[in-house]
Unconditional design. Structure first.
Length: 638
């Protein structure tokens, strides 16, 4: 009998196809060897999925808060009582404060099409407030639309026809392992551009270590050399680029001495990058981390110009929108336009009194959102009823009034696409232990509210069939094969000019410069804090089960010497948002003026996480994108 098909639903590029079985009451998993991208092996996190599935601390029964918010005082209850309480509070909140006082807060903790989108049907039906997502890759999305009209780049299977890939601000060996292996398999030269000497940088053929916020300047300097040395694809640019002459004049005024001084990259290195990138017609994998900063949108816009200069129509990797999933979400159920609040401004809207009912699923905002002290204070001091649906008693669940146990993706039917490759994969239920899926809970709530609309009661399979049909895909074929490749349709650039825009008309309409601009940012405190993801977590996921976390603060020896610090010292890291205590580790991998903490660990386990320090400022003209990495701190020995 064939093993059931699973697919990892985590918020990860690779979206691995998995073969699973439940034998002797234990889950066993292995990579699907037939999948062209994920190729039969799992990352270290994927290999530990059975440990996560069987975790002792999985929630088994619904909980109702009995003590102070955040105290962990709950009583167990039945599903019937929990659902009735949630429905009663939801109904009462809408009656007393209006539907816009209700906010559904969800994100990509589980990216299954049904599990992610189906619950939104209920909140659309109720005309509640929705999120305007800005936490992850929003600034980069907006920047790429400014240049290409889309953030969808190259199919990674096309890498077999390339010679060079530049990992710009992405630690692919940790966060896109299958993509990194694919590049090696195809024999590409691998370069890395980053502030930190990451594991990817250490495994690259060439590493360009730049200073924070100078990506814009480095990209413009490279563009200047390519243009002035006549290395650009003249025919492609003449036919397909809007504003080339103006851009050429713009970079002409740029001094390579200035670029070198600001970026920390030598003039000859800048020229070498430009010449070899042009000669090898490089592809750029643009990372998400560095665009979560005040300079991030401008940086992505500058980087995006480079592939077009050398004749690549879509010579970047950033996103891959393969299928239309809108039917699953059901926005057609609304009777008035949705009010949306910027994701990063949750605390602010709670403080204003605009949010009275908060429903959280697929997310752990009390670990993942910035400025945690402000958010926790807002939840304690304001009248807001919080419901969390999760597999574990997370930090967010601790601050909730009702906690509903969720099941895992091994316990339900779903499908998944990827934001890296063009495959849609099937996820079949393997076993059942605890909890209910997001769609099951949505149906229970709709029934408790007395809603009759049939769209709130469709089965998971009905939704999946409809989504596949709308995208020209066959359900029976997917069930048989386990995954399907979505054919790429012919496409052009969706810009005002219909061309790749070096002079961005869309940016100008938002009050920005037509060309990417460099700006140096300085904070109140002397050290720039970077908070990337740890190899064994995906934001806050897996901290409680994998246990292999690294809470240390990484500091350059020169900054440590200035503060009288030695390796292993206990230190306080602080700014106006808060402070944390941890041990320091000295390393040359982190440059002077920069310190590094891995992000979003569970404060209930560690006592803190990096987001007690991070800024909740947003980049308004780039879609209210997050600015986590524009956080400044200082460090002192305890």
């Amino acid at each position: 009998m064939p093993m059931p098909f699973s697919v990892c639903t985590r918020d990860c590029y690779d979206t691995c196809s998995i073969l699973s079985e439940f034998k002797d009451r234990r889950l066993k998993v292995r990579g699907n060897p037939e999948h062209p991208i994920t190729a039969g092996f799992l990352c270290p996190k994927g290999a530990l999925l059975p440990k996560w599935f069987h975790a002792e601390d999985r929630l088994k029964r619904p909980l109702i808060r009995t003590g102070e918010r955040g105290s962990g005082s709950f009583r167990e209850t039945s599903w019937e009582e929990a659902i009735e309480l949630v429905a009663r509070k939801l109904r009462k909140t809408i009656e007393d404060h209006g539907s816009e006082s209700v906010l559904v807060y969800q994100y990509a903790g589980d990216r299954g099409v049904v599990n992610y989108a189906f619950p939104l049907r209920l909140f659309h039906y109720l005309n509640t407030t929705m999120l305007d997502y800005g936490i992850c890759d929003r600034a980069g999305q907006e920047a790429l639309r400014d240049v290409y009209g889309t953030a969808v780049g190259m199919d990674p299977e096309e890498l077999k026809n390339q010679r060079l890939i530049v990992y710009w601000g992405v630690n692919a060996f940790w966060t896109n392992l299958h993509g990194f292996v694919l590049a090696r398999k195809y024999g590409l030269k691998i370069w890395s551009v980053d502030v930190v000497r990451t594991e990817t940088a250490k495994r690259s053929d060439r590493f360009f270590q730049i200073k924070p916020d100078t990506d814009v300047l480095f990209a413009l300097g490279v563009a200047k050399v390519i243009i002035e040395e006549g290395l650009h694809d003249k025919a492609f640019v003449r036919e397909n680029v809007y504003g080339f002459k103006e851009f050429k004049n713009y970079v002409k005024t740029l001094s390579l001495d200035y670029v070198s001084r600001e970026t920390g990259i030598g003039i000859e290195e800048i020229k070498t990058f430009a010449r070899e990138f042009a000669e090898k017609r490089g592809v750029i994998h643009i990372g998400y981390g560095f665009q979560r900063s005040l300079a991030g949108g401008e940086a992505v816009r500058a980087i995006a110009i480079l592939p077009a200069l050398i004749g690549h129509s879509f010579g970047f990797i950033y996103d891959m929108k393969t299928i239309d999933k809108s039917y699953a979400e059901g926005a057609f159920l609304r009777t008035k336009p949705a009010k949306r609040i910027p994701q990063m401004k949750l605390a602010e809207y709670i403080e204003r009194g605009g949010i009275k009912f908060l429903y959280v699923y697929n997310s752990n905002p009390l670990a993942s959102l910035p400025n945690q002290n402000r958010l926790r204070k807002a939840l304690i001091e304001n009248d807001v009823f919080v419901v969390t649906h999760d597999i574990f008693l997370t930090d967010t669940a601790l601050y909730s009034d009702v906690v509903l146990p969720a099941n895992t993706f091994f316990e339900r039917l779903d499908i998944l696409d990827s934001y890296y490759h063009r495959y849609v994969a099937l996820n079949e239920p393997v076993a059942k232990l605890y909890g209910k899926s997001n769609s099951e809970v949505t149906r229970l709530l709709a029934k408790a509210l007395g809603i009759k609309n049939r769209h709130l009661y469709e089965s998971d399979e009905e939704v999946i069939r409809k989504v596949l049909e709308m995208n020209g895909l066959n359900w029976e074929t997917l069930k048989r094969e386990g995954f399907l490749k979505v054919p790429e349709k012919p496409r052009r650039w969706e810009t005002p000019s219909g061309k790749i825009e070096f002079f961005s008309q869309r940016a100008v309409k938002r009050g920005l410069s037509p060309f990417p601009k460099y700006r140096s940012f300085k904070g109140k405190y002397p050290l720039r804090l970077l908070t990337p993801t740890h190899r064994m977590t995906i934001t806050s996921q897996y901290h409680n089960t994998h246990g292999m976390i690294d809470p240390n603060l990484y500091v350059n020896p020169s900054d440590a010497k200035e503060r009288g610090l030695e390796d292993g010292d206990t230190v306080e890291v602080f700014n106006d948002n808060g402070s944390i205590r941890t041990e320091v580790r000295l390393t040359e991998d982190v440059p002077p003026g920069v310190v590094l903490l891995y992000k979003a660990f569970w404060a209930k386990l560690l006592g803190w996480n990096a987001n007690f320090l991070t800024e909740d400022e947003t980049v308004e003209k780039y879609g209210n994108g997050s600015a986590y990495h524009s956080t400044w701190v200082d460090v002192r020995k305890v």
